[in-house]
Each structure stands twice: as C-alpha cells, then as structure tokens.
Design a binder for this molecule. Structure first.
Ligand code: NDP
Length: 334
C-alpha cells in the first residue's frame, strides 16, 4: 500500500520535500471497518491549512501521518453491514492506494448517469460549497450581478452556474485565457476577467459590472478582493468561501491583506462559512445538484493527474492554477 505522509510542515509555499511516499502492508479492516481500494482521490486547497500547525476550524494533520483526501474507491472487504465487496463508495480516505475506515464514515456513490468521480466535485463537497455559498449565505436573487473568483475551479465553476440558473448576471475572475473561454463559451458566464492580463483589475470589474456588484463569491482574497470590493453596491453581500491567495502566507507577511477598502462599504454583509456546518441542508442540496447535472444545467470539467506518485504535484498545481475545473488524481488500477 503506497501512501503519502506529511514529512514536515511547509513554510510559505509547500514543495515536494514536504511529502514522502512510503510503502506499507495493505491494512486489515477491523470490526465495522471497510477496506477500500482508491480509484480516484481529490486534492483540495484546504489541505494547505491542515499542514499548518496553528489554530483553525480543524486540527492540523500530524507530521509523519498520511495525508487525507476525499476519495472514490471500491470495497475490497467489509466488516460493516452497509457495504459489501465490489461496492463503489466515497469518504475521507488518504493519499493512499488502500484505506481501512469505519463503514459509518463511508457513503455509497450515487452519481446517476454521471461518472463516479463527480462525487468529488459537482455532486460532492465542492458542489455543496457552491450551493451553500450562493443560496444560503449569499442569498442570491434574480437580477443580481454576481462575481466569482477562482471561477474556473471546482467550487467557483459550480457557484457561477448556480447564480446563472438563479437569473443573475455572472462574472468570473480567473488566471488563464483557456479558463476565460470555458466560462464564457461553455458555462454561460456573461463575462470573465483574466486577472493576470488585466491592466487595472478594478477598472476591468467596473467595465463588466455596469450596475455594480450585488454578490461576491470570494475564493481568493488579496488584490482580487480589493478590485471587487470597489464595486460592491449598498446592501451587497460577500460570501467568504476561501482565500487561496493567502494560504501560503506566514504570520507577519502583510503584502496581501485584502479586501483593504471594505470600510467604504458599510452596508455590505460579509459572511464566512464552512460547508460542513450546513450538513442539515445536504439532502436538499444534493437533490438539486443531481438534477442540474443530469439536465446539463451544470457542466463540469476534470483535470486528471495519473498515478499516486504524482499526487503532491497535483496538489501544488492548485496554487499555480494548473487545474481547469476539478483537480483529481487517478490511481493506476482505478
Ligand atoms: P479550485 O479548483 O478553484 O483550485 C484553486 C484555484 O485557485 C486555482 O485553479 C487558481 O485558479 C486559483 N488560485 C490559486 N492561487 C491563486 C492566487 N494566488 N490568486 C488568485 N487565484 C489563485 O479549488 P476549489 O474549488 O477546491 O476551492 C476554491 C476555494 O474554495 C478555495 O479558497 C478553498 O479553500 C475554498 N473552499 C472553501 C470551503 C468552505 O467550506 N468554506 C469548501 C471548499 C473549498 P486561477 O487559474 O483562476 O488562478
């Protein structure tokens, strides 16, 4: 069983040297446990937070222990009544070929006609995050102008499409031309801004949001937040989902502290959220997402890296924006 452990904690940008690939015997499932062979695993920005030894909404992962990942896999052996060998399941497993976990922590994959891997994005945690952020936290209304940052990623692409379905004008901010094209040509965004090539990002937002911004779905922070904040209208909302531009900063770094001009937006409601706090909504949210994916009202793309040995590169790519849509790692025999 090859698996990646956190070998030491990064300072600033994580590097390959923070991870070590170790080989151990395939675990034996204990009472009520299920042995799962991973087919596809998800790398996510929040993992950077778990690598850091500081106070957060979740405990840090211990050095020397395997990195965790939501994954889809096949049951090899089951000591839990709910599962049998051959079942396709999803759960919080590891950057590993095999995992033995309590069956209570697994769910059967129910992706309908969509691929099972969608349980890791449009029909899984990122999709739920997009829904909670736009609908419950952002209280999206028809006619709103909605700006989404990291718009071509797993969460952002779904958030923008939910806003489009709700009858909004939707603007995405992203860092590559191919992503701009995907958002506007395939996903129905009204406009998309490339933050790397825009002369002045605040002017670029003004140009495509002539009546201002009613809802900002915040995934990035820093200068992108500053540029959007300039155009928030009275009674606008900011759903703070994440701030990936700040995740590699250390205490004392202060170049990227945006949004810096929020004090000029006194009638804006800014609300952060963690998707897992909204579990009581998931039955409803999942049913919605499934219908939209079935109807192709929500479309998705996957960027797939092959081989467990390439998992750290796939993770590091999230901070470079090498992923279009959801970044996944497919295991050789998955
Ligand atoms: P994505 O699929 O969006 O991948 C990350 C993307 O972020 C990259 O592709 C890149 O796109 C962009 N990015 C990375 N670094 C920077 C930077 N310095 N400046 C601007 N853009 C950058 O990841 P997810 O969809 O999984 O996550 C998106 C956000 O949602 C993250 O902030 C994450 O932490 C948050 N999140 C929050 C949850 C919650 O419960 N609150 C749950 C899940 C996710 P580009 O090429 O456009 O730069």
């Amino acid at each position: 069983n090859r698996q990646w452990v956190l070998s030491n904690r990064p300072t600033g940008e994580p590097t390959l040297s923070n991870f070590e690939l170790v080989e151990e015997p395939v675990p034996e499932p204990g009472p009520k446990e299920v042995l799962v062979r991973t087919s596809v695993l998800s790398v996510d920005p929040y993992m950077r937070g778990r690598m850091r030894d500081s106070e957060s909404y979740a405990d840090p992962w211990p050095v020397g222990e395997p990195m965790r990942a939501r994954s889809v896999g096949t049951v090899v052996e089951s000591n839990h009544a709910a599962f049998e060998a051959g079942d396709t399941v999803t759960g919080n497993l590891y950057w590993a070929e095999y995992a033995a976990v309590d069956g209570a922590d697994l769910e059967a994959v129910d992706a309908g006609s969509a691929p099972d891997s969608t349980a890791l994005h449009a029909l899984g945690m990122p999709g739920r995050t997009a829904y909670v952020g736009t609908v419950d936290v952002g209280r999206v209304e028809p006619g709103d102008t909605v700006v989404v940052s990291a718009a071509a990623g797993a969460v952002g692409s779904v958030a923008g499409q939910i806003a489009r379905i709700a009858g909004c004008r939707v603007v995405g901010i992203t860092g590559r031309a191919a992503k701009v094209d995907w958002l506007t040509d395939d996903l129905g965004f009204d406009a998309a801004i490339n933050y790397r090539t825009a002369d002045d990002l605040s002017d670029a937002v003004a140009e495509v949001c002539p009546t201002g911004v009613d809802l900002y779905f915040e995934n990035v922070g820093g200068e992108i937040s500053d540029a959007v904040t300039d155009h928030l209208v009275d009674h606008s909302r900011v759903a703070v989902c994440g701030k990936i531009a700040l995740y590699n900063q250390e205490d004392g770094d202060d170049e990227l502290v945006g949004p810096r001009r929020l004090h000029q937006r006194t009638r804006t409601r800014v609300e952060g959220f963690i998707v897992s706090d909204h579990a009581d909504r998931f039955d409803h949210v999942d049913a919605r997402l499934r219908r939209w994916v079935e109807d192709e009202a929500i479309r998705y793309r996957e960027t797939v890296t092959d081989g467990i040995e390439n998992t750290p590169e796939a993770f590091l790519g999230l901070f470079e924006g090498t992923n279009l849509g959801k970044q996944l790692v497919r295991l050789e025999d998955g």
